[in-house]
Design a protein around this ligand. Structure first.
Ligand code: SAH
Length: 387
């Protein structure tokens, strides 16, 4: 797709700031992303492969969020313009799932029809704050999360009935209550208004339950490409003890289970661990264990008990890992560490810590999960330096 065509396709160019669609070709973007990875990790890794790009880099986001606001008495849903509290009304975004965009549009109309109050950040009054739509790319299940400032939701049942009538594709609707002054979208309490309160998706033949607040990769097609790379890099033979650190709902470890002896997933978020355990049962994975703990603390506990791991996979948040984590990982003497990173800057820093512990980055495979944004995912294989 040429430059001009992209610009004409997106009406929000230069307004919303969430992506840079139309500024360069996708091929140029991938080349720039590879350069960014090389700039950040080249010192530790001299084999950075070309970026694996998307086949179709549009409408790939399976999770879509919008904030509600008012403009000249009209209810609008959109995103905050970069660095401000001005809401840019967005519908039909080119990177978000199209069904999710249509649902958000309908909810906006229903808020108006039911005369519900839209929350105002400044006065802290009003009800409707955010909407989050999550879709299982493979199952097509759709969850709508309506975030309200208070638990009382007038005409709730009629609202849900109307929404379901307009969008029979919705499989569950959840009300989440967030009364706090915060940039976090979700509050602590959720009520299921329709359906099971979660959706399922399938990755590499395994079923995963996704709750409103659980982390789940936003680009399902590229996630499978990433996990295949992790499995390949691990070179498992069926006997290994594998640790999946920062495991979320357990997706990476569970996809490795078939080729490993046993897999231990470690995750701090308790709801995610609940989902992970349910996922392991759902898929009959008997040698899959999940621990709700800080990954550094649990690995330290393991090595103090004389335990060993053959392969450690780690997938930390954007802020990266810590030096203490790297030391705790090295203390388990794994033959390989596979680092999945969504931030080349913190990845570079962390590879430096691994080098100090005698682990060398052998190869890196950048994978584009977030086309038209500045984000790039990278999978790095590290192994022990030969003595
Ligand atoms: N591997 C997963 C999720 C990665 S996101 C996937 O592919 O879907 C990073 C995860 O790390 C989040 O779920 C977050 O809750 C978790 N996390 C953050 N700090 C942690 C820590 N100190 N110990 C364990 N898990 C942590």
């Amino acid at each position: 797709m040429g430059k001009k065509e992209c610009v004409e396709n997106c009406p929000y160019v230069k307004k919303c700031g969430a992506c840079h669609i139309g500024e360069k070709s996708y091929a140029d973007e991938l080349a720039e992303k590879r350069k960014r990875v090389v700039d950040n990790i080249g010192k530790y890794c001299n084999r950075v492969n070309p970026v694996a790009g998307m086949y179709y880099p549009y409408h790939y986001r399976n999770k879509v969020h919008a904030v509600f606001g008012k403009r000249r008495e009209e209810v609008i849903a959109g995103i905050y313009a970069e660095g401000t509290h001005n809401i840019i009304p967005v519908n039909d975004c080119l990177i978000e799932d199209a069904q999710a965009s249509a649902i958000i549009q309908t909810v906006t109309e229903l808020i108006k029809a039911f005369k519900l109050w839209v929350y105002n950040e400044d006065t802290r009054r009003g009800l409707m704050r955010h909407i989050l739509v999550r879709k299982g790319a493979s199952t097509k299940q759709i969850m709508v999360v309506l975030v309200t400032a208070q638990p009382e939701f007038p005409h709730k049942n009629q609202f849900v009935a109307k929404l379901r009538a307009r969008h029979p594709e919705i499989t569950t609707i959840v009300q989440n209550i967030n009364g706090k002054q915060t940039t976090m979208v979700l509050g602590d309490k959720s009520k299921t208004l329709y359906g099971q309160g979660y959706i399922e998706d399938v990755l590499l033949g395994l079923h995963f339950r996704i709750s409103p607040g659980s982390f789940y990769q936003v680009n399902s097609a590229q996630t499978q490409a990433l996990y295949k790379k992790v499995i390949q890099a691990a070179e498992l033979t069926g006997t290994e003890t594998v640790i999946d650190a920062y495991c979320g709902i357990g997706t990476i470890g569970m996809c490795m289970h078939a080729k490993a002896g046993r897999v231990i997933g470690i995750e701090l978020n308790e709801q995610a661990v609940k989902d992970a355990k349910a996922n392991a049962r759902r898929n009959n994975l008997e040698q899959m264990h999940f621990i709700a703990a800080d990954a550094t603390e649990y690995m330290t506990y393991m090595s103090q008990n004389g335990e060993h791991a053959d392969v450690i996979v780690m997938d930390p948040p954007r802020s990266g890992s810590t030096e203490a984590f790297v030391r705790a990982a090295a203390a388990l003497r794994p033959r390989s560490v596979i680092y999945v990173s969504c931030n080349p800057e913190t990845l570079g820093r962390d590879l430096g810590w691994f080098a100090k512990e005698g682990y060398i980055a052998r190869a890196a495979w950048p994978i584009d999960m977030f086309g038209f944004t500045d984000h790039i995912e990278t999978c790095v294989l590290l192994s022990q330096k030969k003595k």
